[in-house]
Design a protein around this ligand. Structure first.
Ligand code: IFM
Length: 462
């Protein structure tokens, strides 16, 4: 990111460095709905949601938050927050329905309208090129196990950059490749639903290659800023026992470092502990592309992970993995049962600055937030949603970011996940993350208490 921030050293935890950017984040498949409109093609998530037993409540994203039709309402909500930025994602199957061939004009036109609406409201668009909705035809050809998918993503990115690049100043290439690899290809709990365990590793490399190719496509076409978004968690050993400490290090490698190291240092970590001489799929020249300088590094953080050596007979032991995530004891949790430990957010950010040093560009928190079973008072949404616990979570995590800045981490922005309630992947509509309640029958929006709180928080932080 271009200019260094002037650090406010007043010690007032409410204020942030000048130029710090506030926003909210969403993703196409989770909010747009209208999955059959405008010539959109099918994605792996359409297929996954149709497959019995895959989504916990049997739901699909045909309505989601109805944002394809209500995007103007969403922009008005962002403007009401006083947001600087809106992180949304572009749907690949809307723009290039089968993942190859020409662009679909109706798909590009939709994002044109969205970008114009944002700019008219004084909000900077920050699109993510890929947030998990791979065209199904590419999955049929091997999906992210197939190296060619990386080149297909670069072609698709070219269409988007050519169309929106005159107005977009900041791009995000991929969202959370770790989740695609771990949940989509290793465990099979998310689309496309393969349970390949360590056999999933080529998907990590191919996604990172796609990132590198997308960075190159953006650089070729102008001077916009570009970064990647990864989901990171602080690994906490279950005990001081060497086996648990080793397990935490091993999981750190697979979850965090495989995805961060090549982007930030141009090299994969040593994988010999997993019996691998090199990252599967790696070819000469790949690391130069993947490690090309970026302007910011996006971190999504929700919770830390407690890790132990695998218990005898566990599925992790059976798969030959040297780690197993276990629950924290006696900590508050979100609706997802995710542990709420904001101090670990500071620790994670500080560890990034320490471990990557000068190789770490400015950090943007591209997602942070919490799901809770919000209760709507007054029946069908006519009334209020008093989501005190979400306010508490966000307040503590924003303070954690502020503490990391005080300890020298160059954090330039915070995007709350999420603007509205939405389709939470394999959890369907059972997890509400929004600042704004959505009635999933009608699409009607009702700002929660957290919406007004975040608006005031943004105002008081400047
Ligand atoms: O909803 C997801 C998002 O798509 C990616 N990051 C985590 C969020 C909450 O699970």
């Amino acid at each position: 990111m271009a200019d260094a921030l002037t650090h406010d050293r007043t010690g007032d935890a409410l204020t942030f460095p000048q130029g710090f950017r506030w926003g909210a984040a969403t993703a196409a498949f989770q909010i747009e709905g209208s999955t059959s409109e405008g010539g959109r093609g099918e994605s792996i998530w359409d297929v996954f949601t149709r497959t019995p037993g895959r989504v916990i409540d049997g739901s699909n994203a045909e309505l989601a938050a109805d944002s394809y039709r209500r995007y103007r309402d969403d922009v008005a909500l962002l403007a009401g927050l006083g947001a600087d930025d809106y992180r949304f994602s572009i749907s690949w199957p809307r723009v290039q329905p089968g993942g190859t061939g020409p662009a679909n004009e109706a798909g590009l036109a939709y994002y044109d309208r969205l970008v114009d609406e944002l700019l008219a409201a004084g909000i900077a668009p920050v699109p993510t090129l890929y947030h998990w909705d791979l065209p199904q035809e590419l999955e049929a050809a091997g999906g992210w196990l197939n190296r060619d998918t990386a080149y297909r993503l670069a072609d698709y990115a070219g269409f988007v950059i050519d169309r929106l690049g005159d107005r977009v100043q900041r791009w995000i290439t991929l969202n959370e490749p770790a989740m695609t690899t771990l949940q989509g290809y290793a465990l099979g709990t998310q689309a496309p639903g393969h349970a390949l365990m360590m056999g999933s590793l080529p998907t990590a490399h191919h996604q990172l290659l796609a990132h590198g190719l997308a960075v190159a496509a953006i650089r070729e076409r102008g001077d916009a800023e570009v970064g990647i978004t990864n989901n990171h968690t602080l690994m906490v050993p279950a005990s001081d026992a060497p086996a648990d400490r080793f397990a935490a290090g091993a999981f750190d490698l697979i979850y965090n470092r495989i995805f961060a190291d090549p982007v930030l240092t141009g090299a994969y970590p040593d994988l010999s502990g997993f019996g691998l001489e090199a990252m599967p799929g790696l070819e000469p020249g790949d690391l130069e592309l993947i490690g090309a300088p970026i302007d910011f590094y996006g971190i999504n953080f929700y919770n830390p992970t407690r890790v132990a050596a695998p218990a005898e007979g566990s599925e992790f032991a059976a798969a030959g993995l040297p780690f197993e995530p276990v629950e924290f004891e006696d900590v508050p949790t979100t609706g997802f049962d995710w542990p709420i430990m904001p101090e670990t957010f500071t620790e994670l950010l500080v560890s990034f600055a320490r471990d990557y040093g000068d190789r770490l560009p400015p950090v943007v928190i591209t997602e942070n937030g919490a799901s809770f079973p919000d209760e709507v008072l007054g029946g069908p949404v006519t009334g209020a949603v008093h989501d005190e616990r979400r306010i508490g979570y966000v307040d503590e995590h924003i303070a954690a970011v502020r503490r990391a800045i005080d300890q020298g981490v160059d954090v330039r922005g915070y995007y709350l996940w999420s603007l509205t309630d939405n389709f939470e992947w394999a959890e369907g509509y059972t997890q509400r993350f929004g600042l704004v309640h959505v009635d999933f029958e009608t699409g009607e929006r009702t700002p929660k208490d957290s919406y007004a709180w975040y608006r005031d928080r943004i105002a008081s932080s400047r």
